[in-house]
Ligand binder design. Structure first.
Ligand SMILES: [Zn+2]
Ligand SMILES: [Zn+2]
Length: 413
């Protein structure tokens, strides 16, 4: 995700198209399936140390393999691990696919620290099949599921208020506990989202990107209050921004997409953006003029304007903030470690609203999935499948901005 949780955590991994890492540090040879793991160190995956319960005395049964980040800067090392049987409330998930997010690059490059000390298995966009269930979770056995990037505790004032994505006791796979760059993972069963009502023609593995990119975009729009006929400006049409454009369009909003990449804007014009603006070649003042003219053309007052900042860059943040106008709303979605200088008094003068947003509560996932099942949000033009054995190479490609689609990684290859 574009990473966050608990208060300090919110600064850490946003999904950002941000956290660049030097190619050289991650571009080492990639381990291949079935090779490179001769005499692997045997590691016991110990859920107790990772906050998933005390199973130290249980018999270890499931042999698995996972890609560990051992030190900042990588590379990720493939090793065998042994998983304890799921304890009460837990399930064992055989990973079908795990998406590669910019936050993984931030963790792997060392620019963003993981909450759990290294070594840690990264990956937080997971779909898979439940192959073993602990007490109380038998109903999930054998079912395909999505593992949300934010796993709330389910029983705190935040969770009870429907704000589980802000739960202080939440766990993020690949940040607080071992993640999905593995053949198997142990997770709490309660937040999992069954996928067995998906249309038959849909490749379930591609749905893994819903666990962060699509659901984060959906939650950001919900936070903005955008609805039918409103005007949504998305600043940064990358992974999360691209899905935000599609979701906003599906909600019946008018969408204007801003990005520095013309090719990306051309793609988004086919998937929900009714207006595109190449920012980079034009300054913030001109963008403001264009947005104002767009609203006037639609006959909408600025009170119907929702701005989503999804670029995760200081320039994008300044641009998005500069688009605020009387009674308009801004939602900050992207992450950058850099600071920007803003005049907060503009909020007072405009009677404007700014929200942060983090992940998505698990109970909202069925609605997000419904948009994909009804073909209102497309995945195929935005994702690409690859063997997980190419993980290190792909992290290098991501650092060098060579990836144009969200990578969906198959742990069996
Ligand atoms: Zn992410
Ligand atoms: Zn909670």
């Amino acid at each position: 995700m574009e990473a966050r949780r608990g208060f300090p955590r919110r600064r850490e991994g946003i999904p950002g198209p941000t956290v660049p890492a030097p190619r050289g540090r991650l571009g080492g040879p990639s381990p291949r399936a079935g090779t490179g793991i001769a005499n692997p160190p045997r590691r016991v995956y110990h859920p107790a140390r990772l906050g998933a319960g005390d199973f130290g005395r249980r018999k270890v049964t499931t042999a698995a393999e996972a890609y560990f980040l051992d030190s900042p800067g990588g590379p990720l090392a493939r090793r065998a691990i042994e998983l304890a049987p799921p304890g009460p409330g837990e399930v064992l998930v055989a990973v079908g696919a795990c998406g590669l997010c910019h936050t993984d690059l931030g963790f792997a490059s060392g620019s963003v620290p993981t909450r759990h000390p290294l070594p840690l298995v990264l990956g937080h966009e997971v779909m898979g099949t439940v192959t073993a269930a602990g007490e109380g979770q038998a109903h999930l056995l054998g079912r395909p599921v999505l593992v949300p990037a934010v796993l709330p505790c389910g029983d705190c004032p935040f969770c009870r208020a429907g704000r589980g994505n802000a739960c202080p006791r939440q766990r993020m796979p690949g940040n607080d506990v071992h993640g999905g760059f593995a053949t198997h993972m142990l997770v709490p069963g309660a937040p999992l989202v069954p996928l067995d009502d998906a249309p038959g023609e849909l490749d379930l593995r591609r749905l893994c990107v819903v666990a962060d990119a699509v659901s984060t975009a959906w939650q950001a729009l919900r936070r903005s209050g955008a609805g039918e006929g409103d005007a949504v400006v998305v600043v940064g049409a990358g992974g999360v921004g691209g899905f935000a454009i599609q979701v906003a369009h599906a909600l019946g909003a008018h969408v204007l997409a801003c990005d520095v990449q013309g090719e990306r804007l051309r793609l988004m014009a086919l998937h929900g953006a009714e207006r595109t603006l190449a920012v980079g070649s034009v300054g913030p003042k001109e963008v403001r003029r264009e947005v104002k003219a767009w609203l006037e053309g639609l006959g909408l007052a600025t009170l119907r304007l929702r701005v989503l900042e999804t670029s995760g860059t200081p320039e994008g943040q300044l641009l998005a903030y500069g688009l605020l106008a009387p009674a308009a709303t801004l939602v900050q979605v992207g992450y950058t470690p850099h600071t920007v200088e803003l005049r907060l008094s503009n909020l007072m003068a405009f009677d404007a609203t700014v929200h942060g947003t983090w992940g998505c509560p698990p109970q909202a996932y069925p609605e997000v999935l419904g948009l994909i099942y009804r073909r209102l949000v497309a995945l195929d033009p935005f994702v690409e499948e690859a063997p997980m054995s190419r993980l290190n190479e792909l992290l290098g490609d991501m650092a060098a901005h060579r990836l144009t689609r969200r990578m969906v990684l198959d742990p069996r290859r």
